[in-house]
Design a protein around this ligand. Structure first.
Ligand SMILES: [Mn+2]
Length: 489
Protein backbone atom coordinates (compact mmCIF):
# COMPACT_ATOMS: atom_id res chain seq x y z
CA UNK A 1 0.00 0.00 0.00
CA UNK A 2 2.86 2.33 0.81
CA UNK A 3 4.10 2.14 -2.79
CA UNK A 4 0.90 3.22 -4.44
CA UNK A 5 0.84 6.94 -3.71
CA UNK A 6 4.47 7.20 -4.73
CA UNK A 7 3.75 5.69 -8.11
CA UNK A 8 0.80 7.95 -8.61
CA UNK A 9 3.02 10.86 -7.71
CA UNK A 10 5.77 9.81 -10.11
CA UNK A 11 3.31 9.89 -12.98
CA UNK A 12 2.74 13.53 -12.28
CA UNK A 13 6.43 14.37 -12.00
CA UNK A 14 7.72 16.41 -14.92
CA UNK A 15 10.22 14.50 -17.12
CA UNK A 16 12.14 17.33 -18.76
CA UNK A 17 15.00 17.05 -21.23
CA UNK A 18 16.27 20.30 -19.81
CA UNK A 19 15.85 21.44 -16.26
CA UNK A 20 16.42 25.16 -15.93
CA UNK A 21 17.05 26.45 -12.44
CA UNK A 22 16.29 30.16 -12.35
CA UNK A 23 13.84 31.74 -14.77
CA UNK A 24 15.32 35.24 -14.95
CA UNK A 25 16.64 36.98 -18.08
CA UNK A 26 19.18 34.29 -18.96
CA UNK A 27 17.08 31.28 -17.94
CA UNK A 28 14.13 32.59 -19.93
CA UNK A 29 16.25 33.34 -23.02
CA UNK A 30 17.81 29.87 -22.92
CA UNK A 31 14.40 28.23 -22.49
CA UNK A 32 13.02 30.09 -25.51
CA UNK A 33 15.97 28.98 -27.65
CA UNK A 34 15.71 25.36 -26.52
CA UNK A 35 11.98 25.24 -27.21
CA UNK A 36 12.70 25.88 -30.89
CA UNK A 37 14.39 22.46 -30.91
CA UNK A 38 11.25 20.78 -29.54
CA UNK A 39 12.77 19.95 -26.18
CA UNK A 40 10.82 19.30 -22.98
CA UNK A 41 11.74 22.05 -20.56
CA UNK A 42 10.99 22.58 -16.89
CA UNK A 43 11.87 25.89 -15.25
CA UNK A 44 12.22 26.41 -11.50
CA UNK A 45 12.00 29.83 -9.92
CA UNK A 46 11.10 31.17 -6.47
CA UNK A 47 9.40 34.30 -7.76
CA UNK A 48 5.65 33.81 -8.02
CA UNK A 49 5.03 36.45 -10.69
CA UNK A 50 7.87 35.14 -12.76
CA UNK A 51 6.55 31.60 -12.58
CA UNK A 52 3.12 32.82 -13.68
CA UNK A 53 4.59 34.75 -16.60
CA UNK A 54 6.56 31.69 -17.68
CA UNK A 55 3.40 29.58 -17.55
CA UNK A 56 1.58 32.16 -19.66
CA UNK A 57 4.41 31.81 -22.15
CA UNK A 58 3.57 28.12 -22.28
CA UNK A 59 6.45 26.80 -20.19
CA UNK A 60 6.21 24.20 -17.49
CA UNK A 61 7.34 26.30 -14.52
CA UNK A 62 7.43 25.28 -10.84
CA UNK A 63 7.55 27.55 -7.83
CA UNK A 64 10.56 26.42 -5.77
CA UNK A 65 13.73 27.81 -4.32
CA UNK A 66 16.32 26.22 -6.58
CA UNK A 67 18.52 25.40 -3.57
CA UNK A 68 15.65 23.56 -1.79
CA UNK A 69 16.84 19.97 -1.13
CA UNK A 70 13.26 18.74 -1.69
CA UNK A 71 13.44 19.78 -5.34
CA UNK A 72 15.28 16.63 -6.35
CA UNK A 73 12.17 14.59 -5.46
CA UNK A 74 9.89 16.63 -7.69
CA UNK A 75 11.69 15.92 -10.97
CA UNK A 76 11.85 12.67 -12.92
CA UNK A 77 15.40 12.30 -14.29
CA UNK A 78 14.48 9.68 -16.90
CA UNK A 79 14.74 11.93 -19.98
CA UNK A 80 17.11 14.44 -18.53
CA UNK A 81 19.93 15.66 -20.79
CA UNK A 82 21.06 18.71 -18.92
CA UNK A 83 20.56 20.78 -15.80
CA UNK A 84 21.28 24.48 -16.19
CA UNK A 85 21.70 26.50 -13.01
CA UNK A 86 21.18 30.00 -14.41
CA UNK A 87 19.99 32.09 -11.48
CA UNK A 88 21.85 35.28 -10.58
CA UNK A 89 22.44 33.90 -7.09
CA UNK A 90 25.83 32.13 -7.02
CA UNK A 91 25.23 30.36 -3.72
CA UNK A 92 21.83 29.08 -4.78
CA UNK A 93 23.33 27.75 -8.02
CA UNK A 94 26.13 26.00 -6.13
CA UNK A 95 23.75 24.49 -3.62
CA UNK A 96 21.40 23.27 -6.34
CA UNK A 97 24.30 21.60 -8.16
CA UNK A 98 25.39 19.86 -4.94
CA UNK A 99 21.83 18.63 -4.38
CA UNK A 100 21.31 17.23 -7.86
CA UNK A 101 24.75 15.96 -8.81
CA UNK A 102 24.82 12.79 -6.62
CA UNK A 103 21.37 11.72 -7.83
CA UNK A 104 21.35 12.35 -11.58
CA UNK A 105 22.68 9.84 -14.10
CA UNK A 106 26.34 10.25 -14.94
CA UNK A 107 25.72 11.38 -18.51
CA UNK A 108 23.51 14.32 -17.54
CA UNK A 109 25.49 17.52 -18.06
CA UNK A 110 25.44 20.37 -15.58
CA UNK A 111 25.85 23.92 -16.86
CA UNK A 112 26.02 26.88 -14.52
CA UNK A 113 26.24 30.63 -14.40
CA UNK A 114 28.71 32.34 -12.04
CA UNK A 115 29.50 35.97 -11.40
CA UNK A 116 33.26 35.51 -11.04
CA UNK A 117 36.12 33.07 -11.29
CA UNK A 118 36.04 32.11 -7.62
CA UNK A 119 32.36 31.16 -7.78
CA UNK A 120 33.07 29.25 -10.93
CA UNK A 121 35.63 27.11 -9.08
CA UNK A 122 33.08 26.40 -6.39
CA UNK A 123 30.50 25.28 -8.91
CA UNK A 124 32.98 23.04 -10.67
CA UNK A 125 33.88 21.52 -7.31
CA UNK A 126 30.16 20.95 -6.69
CA UNK A 127 29.94 18.99 -9.95
CA UNK A 128 29.26 21.45 -12.78
CA UNK A 129 30.65 20.42 -16.17
CA UNK A 130 30.69 23.89 -17.63
CA UNK A 131 30.45 27.25 -15.87
CA UNK A 132 30.22 30.55 -17.72
CA UNK A 133 30.61 34.11 -16.45
CA UNK A 134 28.13 36.40 -18.30
CA UNK A 135 30.19 39.64 -18.22
CA UNK A 136 33.11 37.76 -19.75
CA UNK A 137 30.97 36.48 -22.60
CA UNK A 138 29.58 39.94 -23.26
CA UNK A 139 32.98 41.62 -23.20
CA UNK A 140 34.40 38.88 -25.43
CA UNK A 141 31.68 39.44 -28.01
CA UNK A 142 32.11 43.20 -27.93
CA UNK A 143 35.90 43.01 -28.22
CA UNK A 144 35.57 40.64 -31.15
CA UNK A 145 33.23 43.08 -32.83
CA UNK A 146 35.50 46.07 -32.20
CA UNK A 147 38.45 44.07 -33.48
CA UNK A 148 36.56 43.21 -36.63
CA UNK A 149 35.61 46.85 -37.13
CA UNK A 150 39.22 47.93 -36.71
CA UNK A 151 40.47 45.38 -39.21
CA UNK A 152 37.79 46.45 -41.62
CA UNK A 153 38.79 50.06 -41.17
CA UNK A 154 42.52 49.43 -41.78
CA UNK A 155 41.64 47.01 -44.57
CA UNK A 156 39.59 49.70 -46.23
CA UNK A 157 42.42 52.21 -45.86
CA UNK A 158 44.89 49.81 -47.49
CA UNK A 159 42.40 49.06 -50.25
CA UNK A 160 41.87 52.73 -50.96
CA UNK A 161 45.62 53.42 -50.97
CA UNK A 162 46.13 50.63 -53.50
CA UNK A 163 43.16 51.85 -55.50
CA UNK A 164 44.70 55.32 -55.68
CA UNK A 165 47.92 53.81 -57.03
CA UNK A 166 46.58 51.53 -59.75
CA UNK A 167 49.06 50.67 -62.47
CA UNK A 168 52.16 51.70 -60.51
CA UNK A 169 55.34 49.75 -59.92
CA UNK A 170 55.75 48.79 -56.27
CA UNK A 171 58.92 47.54 -54.59
CA UNK A 172 58.13 45.37 -51.58
CA UNK A 173 61.18 45.58 -49.34
CA UNK A 174 61.78 42.86 -46.74
CA UNK A 175 64.19 43.22 -43.84
CA UNK A 176 67.78 42.12 -44.43
CA UNK A 177 68.42 38.37 -44.42
CA UNK A 178 64.67 37.82 -44.66
CA UNK A 179 63.00 35.10 -42.64
CA UNK A 180 59.86 33.13 -43.59
CA UNK A 181 57.61 35.69 -41.89
CA UNK A 182 58.97 38.56 -43.98
CA UNK A 183 59.04 36.50 -47.18
CA UNK A 184 55.52 35.11 -46.85
CA UNK A 185 54.16 38.54 -45.90
CA UNK A 186 55.80 40.11 -48.96
CA UNK A 187 54.37 37.30 -51.06
CA UNK A 188 50.89 38.00 -49.65
CA UNK A 189 51.12 41.74 -50.30
CA UNK A 190 52.15 40.98 -53.88
CA UNK A 191 49.01 38.84 -54.27
CA UNK A 192 46.85 41.61 -52.83
CA UNK A 193 48.29 44.24 -55.19
CA UNK A 194 47.43 42.12 -58.25
CA UNK A 195 43.81 43.02 -57.69
CA UNK A 196 44.77 46.65 -58.29
CA UNK A 197 46.88 46.12 -61.43
CA UNK A 198 49.95 47.01 -59.45
CA UNK A 199 53.19 45.55 -60.70
CA UNK A 200 55.01 44.50 -57.54
CA UNK A 201 58.38 42.87 -56.92
CA UNK A 202 59.84 41.56 -53.67
CA UNK A 203 63.27 42.98 -52.79
CA UNK A 204 65.76 41.83 -50.20
CA UNK A 205 69.30 42.41 -49.12
CA UNK A 206 71.71 40.13 -47.28
CA UNK A 207 71.52 36.38 -47.41
CA UNK A 208 68.82 33.76 -47.37
CA UNK A 209 70.50 31.69 -44.70
CA UNK A 210 69.33 28.41 -43.27
CA UNK A 211 68.64 25.71 -45.81
CA UNK A 212 65.02 25.52 -44.63
CA UNK A 213 64.52 29.09 -45.80
CA UNK A 214 66.09 28.32 -49.17
CA UNK A 215 63.86 25.27 -49.50
CA UNK A 216 60.91 27.44 -48.53
CA UNK A 217 61.53 29.94 -51.34
CA UNK A 218 62.30 27.29 -53.94
CA UNK A 219 59.38 25.03 -53.15
CA UNK A 220 56.91 27.90 -53.08
CA UNK A 221 58.49 29.38 -56.18
CA UNK A 222 58.63 32.89 -54.71
CA UNK A 223 60.45 35.29 -57.02
CA UNK A 224 62.65 37.77 -55.20
CA UNK A 225 65.05 40.44 -56.43
CA UNK A 226 68.37 40.99 -54.66
CA UNK A 227 69.14 44.62 -53.83
CA UNK A 228 72.54 45.60 -55.26
CA UNK A 229 72.70 49.21 -54.11
CA UNK A 230 70.63 52.37 -53.63
CA UNK A 231 69.89 52.45 -57.37
CA UNK A 232 67.95 49.18 -56.98
CA UNK A 233 65.05 51.23 -55.63
CA UNK A 234 64.97 53.76 -58.46
CA UNK A 235 62.77 51.81 -60.81
CA UNK A 236 59.82 51.68 -58.39
CA UNK A 237 57.17 54.36 -58.06
CA UNK A 238 56.58 53.45 -54.44
CA UNK A 239 58.12 51.23 -51.78
CA UNK A 240 56.42 49.03 -49.22
CA UNK A 241 58.31 47.92 -46.13
CA UNK A 242 57.38 44.55 -44.71
CA UNK A 243 58.36 43.15 -41.30
CA UNK A 244 60.48 46.29 -40.77
CA UNK A 245 59.47 49.92 -40.53
CA UNK A 246 62.31 52.45 -40.65
CA UNK A 247 64.48 53.00 -43.76
CA UNK A 248 68.04 51.92 -43.09
CA UNK A 249 67.17 49.96 -39.95
CA UNK A 250 67.68 46.27 -40.74
CA UNK A 251 67.05 47.03 -44.42
CA UNK A 252 68.95 48.91 -47.10
CA UNK A 253 66.29 51.47 -48.01
CA UNK A 254 68.10 54.85 -48.11
CA UNK A 255 67.20 56.98 -45.08
CA UNK A 256 64.68 59.69 -45.83
CA UNK A 257 63.14 57.79 -48.74
CA UNK A 258 59.38 58.24 -49.12
CA UNK A 259 57.56 55.11 -48.12
CA UNK A 260 54.14 54.14 -49.41
CA UNK A 261 53.28 51.23 -47.13
CA UNK A 262 54.57 49.85 -43.84
CA UNK A 263 53.25 46.58 -42.44
CA UNK A 264 55.12 45.32 -39.41
CA UNK A 265 54.73 43.83 -35.96
CA UNK A 266 57.98 44.97 -34.35
CA UNK A 267 58.03 47.89 -31.94
CA UNK A 268 60.05 50.65 -33.59
CA UNK A 269 62.98 52.36 -31.94
CA UNK A 270 63.65 56.10 -31.64
CA UNK A 271 62.72 56.95 -35.22
CA UNK A 272 59.01 57.20 -35.80
CA UNK A 273 58.06 55.21 -38.90
CA UNK A 274 56.50 57.36 -41.55
CA UNK A 275 54.50 56.19 -44.52
CA UNK A 276 51.39 57.07 -46.50
CA UNK A 277 49.82 53.88 -45.20
CA UNK A 278 51.17 52.37 -42.03
CA UNK A 279 49.92 49.37 -40.06
CA UNK A 280 52.18 48.39 -37.19
CA UNK A 281 50.59 45.96 -34.76
CA UNK A 282 52.98 45.12 -31.98
CA UNK A 283 50.34 42.95 -30.33
CA UNK A 284 50.57 40.11 -32.85
CA UNK A 285 53.24 37.44 -33.20
CA UNK A 286 54.00 37.87 -36.90
CA UNK A 287 53.54 40.08 -39.93
CA UNK A 288 52.02 37.04 -41.65
CA UNK A 289 49.14 37.27 -39.15
CA UNK A 290 48.43 40.86 -40.25
CA UNK A 291 48.60 39.96 -43.95
CA UNK A 292 46.31 36.98 -43.39
CA UNK A 293 43.72 39.33 -41.89
CA UNK A 294 43.94 41.53 -44.99
CA UNK A 295 43.48 38.59 -47.30
CA UNK A 296 40.36 37.58 -45.35
CA UNK A 297 39.00 41.07 -45.12
CA UNK A 298 39.66 41.96 -48.77
CA UNK A 299 38.21 38.62 -49.83
CA UNK A 300 41.25 37.60 -51.85
CA UNK A 301 41.55 33.98 -52.94
CA UNK A 302 44.42 32.38 -51.07
CA UNK A 303 46.33 29.80 -53.11
CA UNK A 304 47.52 26.68 -51.28
CA UNK A 305 51.11 27.86 -51.72
CA UNK A 306 50.40 31.27 -50.20
CA UNK A 307 48.47 29.67 -47.34
CA UNK A 308 51.38 27.30 -46.66
CA UNK A 309 53.87 30.17 -46.82
CA UNK A 310 51.95 32.34 -44.35
CA UNK A 311 51.31 29.44 -42.01
CA UNK A 312 55.02 28.66 -42.02
CA UNK A 313 55.76 32.36 -41.42
CA UNK A 314 53.46 32.49 -38.40
CA UNK A 315 54.83 29.25 -37.01
CA UNK A 316 58.48 30.21 -37.31
CA UNK A 317 58.02 33.75 -35.94
CA UNK A 318 56.04 32.50 -32.95
CA UNK A 319 58.34 29.48 -32.53
CA UNK A 320 55.38 27.18 -33.13
CA UNK A 321 53.01 29.31 -31.04
CA UNK A 322 55.31 29.26 -28.03
CA UNK A 323 56.54 32.86 -28.26
CA UNK A 324 54.57 36.16 -28.31
CA UNK A 325 51.52 34.34 -29.54
CA UNK A 326 48.11 35.99 -29.36
CA UNK A 327 44.64 34.80 -30.27
CA UNK A 328 45.01 36.69 -33.57
CA UNK A 329 47.91 34.39 -34.54
CA UNK A 330 45.87 31.31 -33.71
CA UNK A 331 42.90 32.68 -35.63
CA UNK A 332 45.06 33.36 -38.69
CA UNK A 333 46.66 29.92 -38.47
CA UNK A 334 43.33 28.16 -38.18
CA UNK A 335 42.08 30.05 -41.24
CA UNK A 336 45.21 29.09 -43.24
CA UNK A 337 45.53 25.50 -42.09
CA UNK A 338 42.76 23.94 -44.22
CA UNK A 339 43.88 25.98 -47.25
CA UNK A 340 47.55 24.99 -47.05
CA UNK A 341 49.54 22.61 -49.17
CA UNK A 342 50.72 20.31 -46.39
CA UNK A 343 53.00 18.16 -48.52
CA UNK A 344 54.84 21.31 -49.34
CA UNK A 345 55.16 22.26 -45.68
CA UNK A 346 56.53 18.82 -44.85
CA UNK A 347 59.10 19.22 -47.60
CA UNK A 348 60.16 22.61 -46.29
CA UNK A 349 60.60 21.24 -42.81
CA UNK A 350 62.59 18.21 -43.90
CA UNK A 351 64.78 19.68 -46.60
CA UNK A 352 66.41 17.25 -48.96
CA UNK A 353 70.02 16.34 -48.19
CA UNK A 354 72.77 18.30 -49.82
CA UNK A 355 74.89 16.49 -52.40
CA UNK A 356 77.80 16.60 -50.00
CA UNK A 357 75.80 14.94 -47.22
CA UNK A 358 74.64 12.29 -49.66
CA UNK A 359 78.27 11.63 -50.66
CA UNK A 360 79.31 11.31 -47.04
CA UNK A 361 76.37 9.04 -46.34
CA UNK A 362 77.28 6.84 -49.32
CA UNK A 363 80.84 6.65 -48.10
CA UNK A 364 79.69 5.83 -44.56
CA UNK A 365 77.52 2.98 -45.82
CA UNK A 366 80.30 1.57 -48.03
CA UNK A 367 83.03 1.69 -45.38
CA UNK A 368 80.96 0.55 -42.43
CA UNK A 369 82.32 -1.93 -39.96
CA UNK A 370 79.84 -3.57 -37.61
CA UNK A 371 80.89 -4.96 -34.24
CA UNK A 372 78.00 -6.34 -32.24
CA UNK A 373 75.31 -3.58 -32.45
CA UNK A 374 77.90 -0.89 -33.08
CA UNK A 375 78.46 0.59 -36.53
CA UNK A 376 81.68 2.47 -37.23
CA UNK A 377 82.60 4.14 -40.48
CA UNK A 378 85.44 6.20 -41.82
CA UNK A 379 84.27 8.59 -44.51
CA UNK A 380 87.76 9.89 -45.34
CA UNK A 381 88.41 13.54 -46.12
CA UNK A 382 85.41 15.83 -45.71
CA UNK A 383 84.68 19.46 -46.55
CA UNK A 384 81.75 20.05 -44.21
CA UNK A 385 81.59 18.39 -40.83
CA UNK A 386 77.81 18.91 -40.56
CA UNK A 387 77.46 15.89 -42.81
CA UNK A 388 78.86 13.59 -40.10
CA UNK A 389 76.03 13.90 -37.55
CA UNK A 390 73.50 13.60 -40.35
CA UNK A 391 75.08 10.35 -41.51
CA UNK A 392 75.32 9.11 -37.90
CA UNK A 393 71.62 9.85 -37.39
CA UNK A 394 70.65 8.20 -40.61
CA UNK A 395 72.60 4.99 -40.06
CA UNK A 396 71.19 4.61 -36.57
CA UNK A 397 67.93 3.62 -38.23
CA UNK A 398 69.57 0.49 -39.65
CA UNK A 399 68.26 -2.75 -38.25
CA UNK A 400 70.30 -4.25 -35.41
CA UNK A 401 72.32 -1.08 -34.91
CA UNK A 402 72.11 0.85 -31.67
CA UNK A 403 75.29 2.90 -31.84
CA UNK A 404 76.87 4.69 -34.80
CA UNK A 405 80.29 6.31 -35.00
CA UNK A 406 81.10 8.26 -38.16
CA UNK A 407 84.42 10.00 -38.57
CA UNK A 408 86.42 11.91 -41.16
CA UNK A 409 89.34 14.25 -41.57
CA UNK A 410 89.07 17.96 -42.20
CA UNK A 411 92.09 20.21 -42.21
CA UNK A 412 94.25 19.16 -39.24
CA UNK A 413 91.66 17.34 -37.17
CA UNK A 414 89.71 14.14 -37.02
CA UNK A 415 86.02 14.77 -36.46
CA UNK A 416 83.95 12.04 -34.84
CA UNK A 417 80.20 12.06 -34.58
CA UNK A 418 78.38 9.37 -32.63
CA UNK A 419 74.74 8.50 -32.00
CA UNK A 420 73.13 5.99 -29.70
CA UNK A 421 69.66 4.71 -28.88
CA UNK A 422 70.63 2.08 -26.32
CA UNK A 423 69.57 3.53 -22.95
CA UNK A 424 72.15 1.45 -21.10
CA UNK A 425 74.97 3.34 -22.78
CA UNK A 426 75.98 6.92 -21.95
CA UNK A 427 77.60 7.89 -25.20
CA UNK A 428 79.14 11.11 -23.91
CA UNK A 429 80.96 9.15 -21.20
CA UNK A 430 82.10 6.48 -23.65
CA UNK A 431 83.45 9.12 -26.00
CA UNK A 432 85.31 10.89 -23.19
CA UNK A 433 86.78 7.59 -22.11
CA UNK A 434 87.93 6.91 -25.67
CA UNK A 435 89.16 10.36 -26.70
CA UNK A 436 89.70 12.18 -23.44
CA UNK A 437 89.18 15.91 -23.31
CA UNK A 438 88.75 16.09 -27.08
CA UNK A 439 85.30 14.56 -26.73
CA UNK A 440 82.00 15.39 -25.13
CA UNK A 441 78.28 14.94 -25.41
CA UNK A 442 75.02 13.57 -24.14
CA UNK A 443 73.79 10.02 -23.51
CA UNK A 444 72.47 9.73 -27.07
CA UNK A 445 74.64 12.12 -29.08
CA UNK A 446 78.33 12.91 -28.79
CA UNK A 447 81.24 14.17 -30.79
CA UNK A 448 84.98 14.58 -30.75
CA UNK A 449 87.61 16.70 -32.48
CA UNK A 450 91.04 15.12 -32.28
CA UNK A 451 94.14 16.99 -33.51
CA UNK A 452 95.93 15.09 -36.25
CA UNK A 453 99.31 16.03 -34.78
CA UNK A 454 99.97 12.55 -33.42
CA UNK A 455 99.68 11.03 -36.89
CA UNK A 456 101.64 13.70 -38.79
CA UNK A 457 104.51 11.27 -39.21
CA UNK A 458 102.42 9.22 -41.64
CA UNK A 459 104.21 9.20 -44.95
CA UNK A 460 101.20 9.34 -47.25
CA UNK A 461 97.48 10.02 -47.26
CA UNK A 462 96.57 6.37 -47.44
CA UNK A 463 98.70 5.45 -44.43
CA UNK A 464 97.26 8.39 -42.51
CA UNK A 465 93.71 7.23 -43.19
CA UNK A 466 94.62 3.72 -42.12
CA UNK A 467 96.24 4.91 -38.87
CA UNK A 468 93.35 7.18 -38.04
CA UNK A 469 90.84 4.46 -38.68
CA UNK A 470 92.63 1.88 -36.57
CA UNK A 471 93.08 4.34 -33.74
CA UNK A 472 89.52 5.68 -33.65
CA UNK A 473 87.90 2.26 -34.00
CA UNK A 474 90.15 0.64 -31.42
CA UNK A 475 89.75 3.39 -28.85
CA UNK A 476 85.98 3.53 -29.23
CA UNK A 477 85.45 -0.25 -29.06
CA UNK A 478 87.71 -0.52 -26.03
CA UNK A 479 85.71 2.18 -24.26
CA UNK A 480 82.53 0.31 -25.16
CA UNK A 481 84.04 -2.94 -23.85
CA UNK A 482 83.83 -4.58 -27.27
CA UNK A 483 87.44 -4.61 -28.43
CA UNK A 484 88.39 -7.96 -26.82
CA UNK A 485 85.61 -9.79 -28.60
CA UNK A 486 86.95 -8.51 -31.87
CA UNK A 487 90.53 -9.63 -31.06
CA UNK A 488 89.48 -13.20 -30.28
CA UNK A 489 88.19 -13.86 -33.76
MN1 LIG B 1 58.36 38.91 -38.23
Amino acid sequence: MAQAPKNVESVKKPKPNYLILGGGIIGFAVAKDLRKNDKEITIIDLDKTRVETLRQEGFNALLYDISDPELVNVIDFKNLICIAALSSNDNANTKAISNFKPLIPENVRVVARASDGLKREEMIAAGANYVFIPPKIVSGTITEYLDMMETKHTGNRLASWLDDHRGMKLGIVLHDNPDPDAISSGFALMEITKKYDINAEILYDGKIGHHENKAFINLLDIQMVKITGPESFDKYDKLAMIDCSVPGVNNSVPAGKNIGIIIDHHPHGETEPNAEFSDIRTNVGSSATILTKYLQQMDITVSKELAAALLYGIRTDTNDFRRNTTSADFAAASFLHPLSDHDLLTQVETPSMSVETLDVLGEAIRNREVVSTCLLSNVGTIRNRDALPQAADYLLTMEGISTTVIFGIMEDSIYVSARNDDIRVHLGDVMRQAFGENAGGHPTAAGAKIPLGVFSSAKDKHTLQKLVEESVVKRFLTAMGLENEDDDE
